[in-house]
Structure formats: structure tokens, C-alpha cells
Write a protein that binds this ligand. Structure first.
Ligand code: GDP
Ligand code: MN
Length: 401
């Protein structure tokens, strides 16, 4: 689960990380009003930022620095009436309905700081760089030596000595070191206590020196947090931060019916029971030269209604040119699936080829149900085994170019 920047900034601020003050608004007028308030309270610079679950906003023109209410109005109007397109969004971009209006700050230097689940290393890992900011992906690709990785102890998290080592290694100086260490330790504690899978501050900045802060101040001015969906049951406060409008409509419907659904880029819709079987179904489709359009595990105890909804979700995807049903009936009974196929045929209709491979509990009853409904399922092929099924469905759809 992802949250918005303005929510992540609140979590950081609550953990004692210095963050410029700001508020979330949903209209141009409120953006203008909030800018007026900030300018009136002594700020000279205000930043208006689109709140969407994707980065790359700066380069896309969806992070704007303003110094007057007129500039704020223009920026807010632009962001709320255009879709934001960046390398991190779908090609058609994302609609923007929320803005963050925050105090702007002068920047001396930008750092990158994150903790994430490092699957390759089998640890939670702190990642830091002195080359933070909007070019971090380029830095990672072209000069990976400028990115420091520090594996964390699974129980202890980030230790103070590690935080100090990293702070010096990325070049914090003087009073900045203590502030950076405090930020890193707070980030590590947030990562643990919220069951996060990613906590990222980019950029963590140092402001220019002034009389009160001869070494500048260390501030977080952008944050991105992801959380482990499987831990949300014990993270009620985090779960409450979810913004349903940012979640893919099909994935939201699947969740409602307790289906594990992930949209993919191919053209073969898959309906399978069990995550392991779903993975091997995707593998065997690829082996036969095809590309799965989705991962869909209906689980062991889905009702006919849920399975019918699963077909509805698969068939509502325009990319789907063929459907493969692969069921190994154990707790899930094959006749439940067969009944769902029949009711999906009645409700939405299979215009695309449908390849069905059923084995296991109640398979004979299932075959009978499908046989009787044959006339309503003109595009259906029964497969003798999984290999046959994959071959059939791959030859029935266009080879992805
Ligand atoms: P992202 O592009 O989606 O990651 O959005 P960010 O919030 O990271 O903003 C992108 C860039 O805009 C930052 O790296 C900064 O260089 C700049 N920026 C954002 N907020 C401020 C601010 O308050 N003051 C200044 N001077 N620059 C800012
Ligand atoms: Mn950023």
C-alpha cells in the first residue's frame, strides 16, 4: 500500500524529523488561500506539489515554486486540470485531485536516504547518497559507486554507529551530522513500527548557512512510503491513510472479493487457484511464447460469485485476447469453477478464446456442467493437461510484438 507525500511528511514530522510545514488542499481557491497564509506568516517561498502515487513530478512540471498568490493560482490550476505523466505513471498519466501547499526552502545540497527490503541481499537495507534529487535513477545507473548501501540487523534495525558512519560517508559536516543521524534513526524506527517496505526521503536537503544555523539545517522535503499489505491488519492507522482513488479499479474490485489480482502487460488472461499454480501457469504461458495479462489467484475457498467476478475483471481488460483457466481442485471444487464460467458467459460473454484445464475434486461434475452449457460457450476449448492448455491458448492469441 502506498500513501501520499503529505501523509508521509506527517509521519516523519511525528517522528521528530524536521519537515517544512504544509497542508493538503483539493481546490484552486484553497491552494491560493493556503499560499496567502504562508506568505502572510513570513514565508517568502511556497511550493505547490501534485499529490499522486508516482514520482518524477518535478520534471513533469507538477512541483512548482511560487512567490505570489497569482503564481500559486496558475500552478494549482495547471496541476488540477492536467494529468501528470512521468516515467513512473501509466502512459495516459494520473489525474491530480490533491495538492500539497508547503513552505518552500532554499537548498544548498540534496541527499538521498531510504530504507527498503533488499531481496537480493536478504536484509532491510539503508541506502544513502550525496547525489540526491530528481536525477537519482541516473546516478544509480551510471555511477552506482555514489550510492552507499548498509544492511540492517533484522531485530536491531539501524544502529547509531551505522548512522554516524553513513552520515560521514555521504559528506554531512559539523552540526549536520547529528541532524542526519537523528533523521536516519527515526526513519529506521518508522520502517519497523509501521511494517513499511520502503521509506524514502528524496531529497533530504541542507539549507544555506544563516546566523542561527551556521551549518545549515537538514530537512526532509519529499517522502515516499510503501507498506506491506499483509501487515495492514495490525496497522489500522496506516490502513486508514489509503486513498482508493489511487488504486487500479480492477485491483480494488478484486480485493473486495478476496481475490489476489495483479494486472500485467500481456494478452492472456489467467484464472488459477493457488499462488504457486498461478506462478507456474504464467511460466508455462511464457514458455510457449505467450504473455500473461494478469496474475489472478482465486484461492481455495472462493464462492461462485467471487469467481464470476474474477472473470468479469479479466474480461473487462481490453488487452485480453484469450483466457486460460487452470484449476487443480482440492478445497476449491471444479464444479464451482464450471458454474462460474457458465454464469460469466451469461453475464459478460466470452468473445475471446477460452481454454479450460480442470483436474481434481468434482472434475466429472464440472465437465458435465460445461458440456451442458456448450452452446453458450462457443469459444471454449477443453485442454487435456496444463501443457496442452498453454499451447492452445498461446496459439489462439496474437503473438505480442
Ligand atoms: P519528485 O520530482 O516527484 O521527486 O518531487 P520532489 O518533491 O522531490 O521535488 C523535485 C525537486 O524540486 C527537488 O529535488 C528540489 O530540487 C525541488 N524542490 C522541491 N521543493 C523545493 C523547495 O521547497 N525549494 C526549492 N528550492 N526546491 C524545491
Ligand atoms: Mn523527490
Amino acid at each position: 500500500m502506498k500513501i501520499h507525500e503529505y501523509q508521509a511528511r506527517e509521519l516523519l514530522a511525528d517522528s521528530g524529523v524536521p519537515v517544512p510545514s504544509g497542508s493538503m488542499v483539493e481546490t484552486v481557491d484553497d491552494a491560493v488561500g493556503e499560499t496567502e497564509r504562508l506568505l502572510g506568516s513570513g514565508e517568502t517561498l511556497v511550493v505547490i506539489k501534485a499529490q499522486v502515487h508516482a514520482g518524477g513530478r518535478g520534471k513533469a512540471g507538477f512541483v512548482k515554486l511560487v512567490r505570489s498568490v497569482d503564481e500559486a493560482r496558475e500552478a494549482a490550476e495547471f496541476m488540477l486540470s492536467n494529468r501528470m505523466v512521468s516515467p513512473q505513471t501509466p502512459p495516459e498519466g494520473l489525474e491530480v485531485t490533491r495538492l500539497l501547499v508547503a513552505a518552500g526552502v532554499d537548498i544548498e545540497s540534496e541527499f538521498y536516504l531510504a530504507i527498503t527490503v533488499d531481496r537480493a541481499n536478504g536484509t532491510n537495507t539503508l541506502i544513502a547518497s550525496a547525489e540526491g534529487g530528481v536525477e537519482i535513477e541516473k546516478v544509480a545507473e551510471e555511477t552506482p559507486e555514489l550510492i552507499i548501501k548498509e544492511p540492517l540487523d533484522p531485530r536491531l534495525g539501524l544502529q547509531p554507529w551505522q548512522a554516524r558512519k553513513i552520515a560521514f560517508a555521504v559528506g554531512f559536516k559539523g552540526k549536520q551530522v547529528g541532524q542526519a543521524v537523528k533523521t536516519m534513526l527515526a526513519l529506521s524506527e518508522l520502517f519497523r513500527s509501521t511494517d513499511a517496505s520502503l521509506v524514502e526521503i528524496n531529497p533530504l536537503i541542507v539549507t544555506p548557512a544563516d546566523d542561527q544555523h551556521p551549518d545549515g539545517r537538514v530537512l526532509a522535503i519529499d517522502a515516499k512510503f510503501n507498506f506491506d499489505d499483509n501487515a495492514l491488519f495490525r496497522q489500522k492507522a496506516i490502513a486508514g491513510l489509503a486513498d482508493p482513488s489511487e488504486v487500479d479499479e480492477s485491483e480494488r474490485r478484486a480485493e473486495e472479493f478476496d481475490l489476489s489480482y495483479v494486472a500485467l502487460d500481456g494478452n492472456i488472461g489467467c484464472l488459477v487457484n493457488g499462488a504457486g499454480l498461478a506462478m507456474s501457469t504464467m511460466d508455462i504461458i511464457k514458455l510457449h511464447g505467450g504473455e500473461p495479462a494478469n496474475f489472478l489467484d482465486v484461492g481455495g475457498s472462493a464462492t461462485e460469485e467471487a469467481v464470476t467476478e474474477a472473470f468479469r475483471i479479466i474480461l473487462s481488460d481490453d488487452k485480453v485476447q484469450g483466457v486460460l483457466v487452470n484449476i487443480f481442485g482440492g478445497i476449491m471444487q471444479c464444479d464451482t469453477i464450471a458454474n462460474a464460467i457458465v454464469s460469466a458467459a451469461q453475464a459478460v460473454g466470452f468473445e475471446v478464446p477460452l481454454v479450460v484445464r480442470l483436474e481434481g475434486t468434482n472434475v466429472d461434475a464440472a465437465r458435465e456442467i460445461l458440456n451442458e452449457a456448450k452452446s453458450t460457450l462457443p469459444t471454449m476449448h477443453a485442454a487435456s493437461d496444463l501443457n496442452d492448455a498453454a499451447r492452445l491458448v498461446c496459439s489462439a492469441v496474437a503473438v505480442p510484438g
